[in-house]
Design a protein around this ligand. Sequence first.
Ligand SMILES: Nc1ncnc2c1ncn2[C@@H]1O[C@H](COP(=O)(O)OP(=O)(O)O)[C@@H](O)[C@H]1O
Ligand SMILES: [Mg+2]
Length: 338
Amino acid sequence: MESLIERLRDAQALAKLVGEAPAFLKAIRHVPDVANSDATVLITGETGTGKEMVARAIHYLSPRAGSPFVPVHCGSLPDTLLESELFGHERGAFTDAHAQRRGLIAQAEMGTLFLDEVEAMSLKAQVALLRVLQDKKFRALGSSHEQHADIRVVAATNAPLKQLVQAGTFRVDLYYRLCVFSVHLPPLRERKGDIITLTGHFLKKHAPREAGSELQLTSEAHETLLAYDWPGNVRELESAIIRGIHLSRANLIEVKDLGIPSAMGSQQNLPITIVSTEECSFKAMKQRMIETFEREYLHRLMSEHQGNVSHAAVAAGKERRELGKLLKKYRIDPGLFS
Ligand SMILES: Nc1ncnc2c1ncn2[C@@H]1O[C@H](COP(=O)(O)OP(=O)(O)O)[C@@H](O)[C@H]1O
Ligand SMILES: [Mg+2]
């Protein structure tokens, strides 16, 4: 009989999941068994912890691997659109429905439907999804007959779903249907042992082939990676390494190339304690502090919103255009965070 570790290794290889830290292995230890069943799975964890990767691992290890894996980013679609995307619609079902359209549930037939940010589903869509899970049936918008659905549902959220149930915005019956199995991915700061392994993986993945094996990080850069708390988790680490690769000189990635907010902050904050007021005017010092704050803020903002400037602008309470200008000022490329 295959040992658990061998099966886990298979699973990891298949989904290219990198990580050996105990907290990570513990989190994914049931993935192969979960994959074999046809039950729904709820994957929880902060943004960038690898929820979608784990969902793919579950699909590709499952008997449904030969059929499609269909991801749906529930948070990025308005209510009405989400329903028509999921269930499909008949011609004329609503004003813009000029032609009949197959929904994502139909596209995932025999395969896996991955509902990312599942907390964003409207209560109406939740009812319909519940029906898919319970009776394996759904109805396209504007259609009078029901269709059969043979899909497996894997959902993910970084919201406290239980609290949303208590608040009445998420249906309790759907909640229990979704979490027959649950997988909770730890934040990167709780699996710091994987930072260096992941860094090596991302260097290989993103460095141009010629540079590949020669690229190295300075020891300060290593220390910085280990000391940082990674609010955007593995996605943020990957972005830092991509920045490092592009900004490095002579095959050496230095701290400044990584563009990590706290590292830049600490470098630039230092003068406040070590430079005497004689050397630096109040005005100049204040300006420097503001710039440090702005740069750090923008990095975090972009990381938390995965480079989506419109979402980030709403969260920051700024006009999109103004935010765009600030990003330009600090030469922060939102594309590196997506
Ligand atoms: N364990 C891991 N091994 C390798 N890459 C990872 C791992 N976890 C996350 N990533 C990388 O981080 C990015 C974000 O992962 P994702 O699964 O989209 O996170 P989430 O869905 O939790 O926000 C992915 O593009 C992937 O490249
Ligand atoms: Mg995701």
